[in-house]
Design a protein around this ligand. Structure first.
Ligand code: GGG
Length: 358
């Protein structure tokens, strides 16, 4: 029996609710498969921890996670604590030291879910967004001086390195190559940002020569938002900077029906440290504790986690169970226009897994 060590960090708001739902589904996946087990350790890091200790996680938090095979993360962000403290103190303090530089965000319209785009159905919207996850606008370079004075000054510098851009381009071209359409769009803003984004474009063109079988094009980020709405069929794999992809993937999730169903993987592709898996949505304090958070984003995230740890049949079985459940509109949570609860959707996915004969 193989045993995988999983670190579970619920974080803030609805994070703990959806992570517990995900762990329940993962346990059923392991039980149903019969050839692997999951050894789960929970961590109470997040905003409540910050209120007690003045830090979102212990100073050696990222190092404590190194021994795990994967990390399941919920959400971060809480009323009353500035967002840059919570984001930098937890999510980025894990992703950056563990070198999870490739953030992968699949988007498709699941059965039973209606896109807000007129006349767009399942096969016409099937994308993967690759978000550069280690530098760019999130490099943390900048500063603030003379606070409170008329000469107060603040900068946030988007820092790109040749090594950082080349590795994300190679990852994105490789991912595009693995998909049937072998089609990549490189998102840029090199008309206005005339240094780092120009290097980004140049490195994309250089890396493209290593992937002659991948068709690629380049698109300004503003035009890309229009293309996602007007010509979704023309897109397959997308690579974009940390900030651009963060924004585009919220749009993508909304076009696929709800941010509540969107998953993401923060990958360390070389596996020098564990990767981290989380739903795209944030802590959603407006619905925290009400029992109505959509756990589908976390279940799909668990599919990505299972694939990453090598449990491909279990991952495929969980994805089929998710699709069976989304197809039934009576099991839609309020974000999808339904009235189902987190517990009901979780029970339905677990039941579909137990009933699966494949
Ligand atoms: N589960 C995703 C999450 O908690 N996101 C919080 C957030 O504020 N993210 C902003 C970002 O990653 O750029």
């Amino acid at each position: 029996m193989r045993t995988h060590r999983i670190a579970a960090l619920g974080g803030d708001g609805i994070g703990p609710e959806v992570v517990e739902a995900g762990l329940e589904a993962l346990a059923v996946c392991a039980e149903r498969d019969g050839s692997f087990a999951l050894d789960v350790e929970r961590f109470d890091w997040g905003s409540e921890y910050y209120r007690k200790h003045g830090l979102m996680m212990p100073a050696d938090g990222a190092d404590r996670l190194r021994g795990f095979d994967a990390i399941l993360f919920g959400a971060v962000g809480a009323p009353g604590i500035p967002d840059h403290i919570t984001l930098w103190g937890l999510r980025l303090s894990i992703c950056q030291p563990l070198d999870q530089y490739a953030n992968v965000r699949p988007t498709r319209i699941l059965p039973g879910i209606t896109s807000p785009l007129r006349a767009v159905s399942g096969p016409q919207l099937d994308w993967v967004i690759v978000r550069e996850n280690s530098e760019g606008e999130y490099a943390g370079v900048g500063g603030r001086v003379h606070q409170g004075m008329a000469i107060e000054t603040a900068t946030d510098v988007s820092m790109m390195t040749r090594a950082g851009v080349a590795r994300i381009m190679r990852f994105a071209f490789g991912l595009a190559r693995s998909r049937p359409r072998k089609l990549l769009t490189v998102v840029t803003k090199s008309n206005a940002q005339r240094h780092a984004m120009v290097m980004w474009d140049e490195i994309a063109a250089e890396v493209a020569t290593e992937f002659p079988d991948v068709t690629w094009d380049k698109m300004l980020v503003d035009a890309m938002t229009m293309r996602m709405v007007m010509r979704p069929q023309s897109i397959d794999t997308i690579v974009a900077t940390n900030l651009h992809a963060d924004i585009l993937s919220d749009l993508a999730a909304a076009l696929a029906g709800s941010i509540g169903i969107a998953p993401t993987a923060n990958l360390n592709p070389e596996r020098t440290a564990p990767s981290m898996f989380e739903p795209i949505h944030g802590s959603a304090f407006d619905i925290a504790g009400k029992g109505i958070a959509n756990p589908i984003g976390t279940f799909w995230t668990c599919v990505m986690l299972l694939e990453h740890i090598g449990e491909k049949p279990a991952a495929a079985r969980l994805m089929r169970a998710i699709e069976r459940v989304t197809a039934d509109k009576s099991l839609h949570t309020p974000d999808l226009g339904g009235r189902a609860t987190t517990v009901q959707v979780t029970a339905a996915v677990c039941a579909a897994l137990r009933a699966a004969n494949d």
